[in-house]
Design a protein around this ligand. Structure first.
Ligand code: HEM
Length: 411
């Protein structure tokens, strides 16, 4: 069976009004997802393209390369001069995607990620020392940002003195993943400015590493070769900015959303304390339960069927990963946080948080490792993790949905 044809014909959806993208629901879009998901697998949204609401149809589209990710700019950023933003392989089709992903994978290996464990543990310990000394902190600023930011910057070879520049620029690019019609003019300008600043920064860093290579990913990307093929200067630049932004703005949301979930489910935190070996599967449950990436897009490269509906070449869809991960057709008790879900039941469906198919997240092992080390350290060192004096706040971001602030008490 062609995976792109899964699912029954679509019911007529006009009785459902989906307002899940309204900022009023940023803190909890899940009840709105449930309403639209139960009504229909494909919902014609105010954004234009159909929203794909269910697990089977999202998984089918992600697994089918004829559903291209190269058209995201046309769907979400139709007026942007494409030279402004990095030409990342995240938004390419084969054969360009295959070639670039192959070259980058040669430098960004599983071994390289595994070797980072002791350094990640050291960074986590330093951050927890400071948090424990303070007693009450904003977990976003004091844990969720600095952990992945430091890790990805060190991996790439960005000196510590420049981490602030990265921290200043990257959020504007992350917000810029959202459809342009949801952005203010100021946010669009901030995205262009941030892209220009980061591209200029990495052009300089790449040039200095070419002159004097170091033991970092920027130097290795410059040296990587496969059958005589190398990355061009533009490809190097786009890859560095992609790894930087994809490599921390997502993981920030994993840490923030994950800690909030633990605060809201003290029984699950107690379970993790009792069974610290659950840390690794717990990360996957946290990724499923409150996904750091809520949606992605695809455009049909040829005529395709999805959810019983025909799509002409050029037609786009928005895949609601956050909704698919809570689909009761795929998961038992989908709204429940069950940190043992991926430990005890080998039959549990894969979550779609890291996507599927050819664009499956290249950094998934790194993101998992960072969160696993953090959870392990928290249950070992923090005896009381409690909500702070004020509640959590959310960033306006729709695609890379996560917290702006999370006051916590740590003892
Ligand atoms: C919790 C953290 C993360 C999440 C939720 C996440 C999610 C995703 C998703 C959903 C995609 C594919 C999008 C699509 O198919 O349309 C993706 C691709 C990608 N991610 Fe991640 N990511 C995370 C962390 C990282 C890290 C730490 C890195 C690098 C250090 C990274 C690098 C990449 C790259 C390079 C791609 C493009 C892969 C391709 O197109 O072949 N990500 N990520």
């Amino acid at each position: 069976m062609n995976p792109a044809t899964v699912g029954p014909p679509v019911a007529d959806p006009p009785t459902v009004v989906f307002d899940g993208f309204d900022p009023a629901h940023r803190a909890d879009p899940y009840p709105r997802y449930a309403v639209v998901r139960e009504a229909t697998a494909l919902y014609r949204s105010a954004l234009g393209p159909h929203l794909v609401t269910r697990y089977a149809e999202c998984a089918a589209a992600l697994s089918e390369p004829a559903w291209s990710h190269a058209g995201e700019a046309e769907l979400f950023h139709p007026d942007v001069d494409q030279h402004e933003l990095p030409a990342s392989f995240l938004w390419m089709d084969p054969p360009d995607h295959t070639r670039l992903r192959g070259l980058v994978s040669k430098a960004f290996t599983a071994r390289r990620v595994l070797d980072l464990r002791p350094r990640i543990a050291q960074i986590v310990d330093g951050l927890l020392d400071a948090a424990l000394a303070a007693g009450e902190v904003d977990a976003v600023e004091s844990l969720a940002y600095p952990l992945p930011l430091t890790v990805i910057c060190e991996l790439l070879g960005v000196p510590a003195a420049d981490h602030d520049l990265i921290h200043r620029c990257a959020p504007a690019l992350a917000r810029g993943f959202d459809p342009d019609l949801l952005l203010t003019q100021r946010e669009r300008t901030a995205r262009s400015d941030a892209a220009a600043e980061l591209l200029a920064y990495f052009a300089h860093l790449i040039a200095s590493r070419r002159a004097e290579p170091a033991a970092d990913l920027v130097s290795e990307l410059g040296a990587v070769q496969e059958r005589g093929d190398v990355l061009t200067a533009q490809e190097m630049l786009a890859t560095c900015v992609t790894l930087l932004v994809a490599g921390h703005e997502t993981t920030v949301n994993l840490v923030g959303n994950g800690l909030l979930a633990l605060l809201r489910h003290p029984g699950q935190l107690a379970l993790l304390r009792a069974r610290p070996e659950l840390a690794a599967p717990a990360v996957d449950e946290l990724l499923r339960h409150d996904s750091p990436v809520h949606m992605t897009t695809r455009v049909a490269r040829r005529g395709l069927m999805l959810g019983g509906q025909a799509f002409a070449p050029g037609e786009g869809i928005v895949l609601l990963i956050g909704s698919a991960n809570r689909d009761p057709r795929a998961f038992d008790r989908p709204d429940e946080l069950d940190l043992a879900r991926y430990a005890d039941d080998a039959g549990t469906a894969r979550h779609l948080t890291f996507s599927l198919g050819i664009h499956y997240c290249l950094g998934a092992p790194l993101a998992r490792l960072e969160m696993e080390v953090l959870l392990t350290a928290i249950v070992r060192r923090v005896r009381r993790l409690l909500p702070g004096s004020t509640g959590p706040t959310y960033k306006p971001n729709l695609v890379l949905r996560g917290l702006a602030g999370l006051p916590v008490q740590v003892r």
